[in-house]
Design a protein around this ligand. Sequence first.
Ligand SMILES: Cc1cc2nc3c(=O)[nH]c(=O)nc-3n(C[C@H](O)[C@H](O)[C@H](O)COP(=O)(O)OP(=O)(O)OC[C@H]3O[C@@H](n4cnc5c(N)ncnc54)[C@H](O)[C@@H]3O)c2cc1C
Length: 385
Amino acid sequence: MTTSNNYQDIREAVRDLCAQFPDEYHRKIDAARTYPQEFVEALTQAGWLAALIPQEYGGSGLGLAEASVIMEEINRCSGNAGACHGQMYNMGTLLRHGSQAQKDFYLPKIASGQWRLQSMGVTEPSTGTDTTKIKTTAVKKGDRYVVNGQKVWISRVQHSDFMILLARTTPLAEVKKKSEGMSIFMVDLRAAEKSGLTVRPIPNMVNHETNELFFENLEIPAENLIGQEGQGFRYILDGLNAERTLIAAECIGDGYWFVDRVSKYVKDRVVFGRPTGQNQGVQFPIAESFIEVEAANLMRWRACELFDAHQPCGAEANMAKYLAAKASWEAANVCLQMHGGFGFACEYDIERKFRETRLYQVAPISTNLIFSYVAEHMLGLPRSF
Ligand SMILES: Cc1cc2nc3c(=O)[nH]c(=O)nc-3n(C[C@H](O)[C@H](O)[C@H](O)COP(=O)(O)OP(=O)(O)OC[C@H]3O[C@@H](n4cnc5c(N)ncnc54)[C@H](O)[C@@H]3O)c2cc1C
């Protein structure tokens, strides 16, 4: 149920794969708080998570529009792309800013699924959204960097072979611009865990594998620096438009899932001698949710179009993420409400999807920070922080 149905061939192929992993699969994984290993493996083996990797490295060289359809369909088929979306966009940083040797070394193995690059370590407990104040440092000593510090909320570390890490290489007091002096590194996670990295899982509201990381004299080979030292923050920002647009697509998938489920339910649920969906008080909020998901979808296509044409798309990616996260959350509320008590029963999957979609008001960027971006960059208002 949607007015836009482009990329039908990709949709059908992803739906066929997802059909092997029905509601019960995702429900059991959620209840057990485990990782959907078989599902992610199937997506990897089918090549879907290598959509954005160029063909010369073994990927399928598709655009962000196609990639976003893959993520949308996973969520629309009752899954949660949050288990694997990092594999889709993290490699973009390597692709755009890595050396030829790094791309030749990592990308073919990521494309084939031999290695996972699912993690990106940016957020820190004491600095939050104020990223330029990060305290994790990487100090060059000969042919190594020595890393000390702490990160929080770093996802999929236990199910990834590598992580892209942001750390300060020049103290904040010594740089002209606060966005300078940070660098990014490829971290071999399993090797790091043996010599200076401690991973502590954070139990949380969603079945999302996320962790606190503690670095104590972790040594990283200097050749793992991506791009130029000191420019890492710029490289990370570069990758965020893809991340935001893909997560917008996941929210759109969620939004359609909620609207589909609730529309079916209220046609069948008879109370006071007629389907609940015959009442305007029930059908209007559902119609409103559908309209809002559709509107968010248009902004998602606009962001994809600009990204794939190598045009600036920061505003559109942020606005798509805002609209889609808001629409999916409102659709989730309506779906839960119109199911009455049954919405709370795990076997309906609504409470699970409700929790999953709520995350995207906060991560990877919170709603307020999107408002700040739009106020400053689109409306010319003074920067508020
Ligand atoms: C499940 C989960 C997975 C995550 N995965 C990752 C990951 O893989 N890698 C990673 O690096 N990070 C990850 N994050 C971190 C996520 O990106 C941050 O939680 C998010 O950016 C918000 O930062 P914060 O939690 O530090 O909140 P804070 O920065 O403390 O902000 C808290 C609230 O205050 C508001 N606020 C703060 N400053 C302002 C201001 N100036 N004006 C208006 N409002 C303001 C924010 O909008 C927010 O709503 C994850 C988080 C979660 C919950």
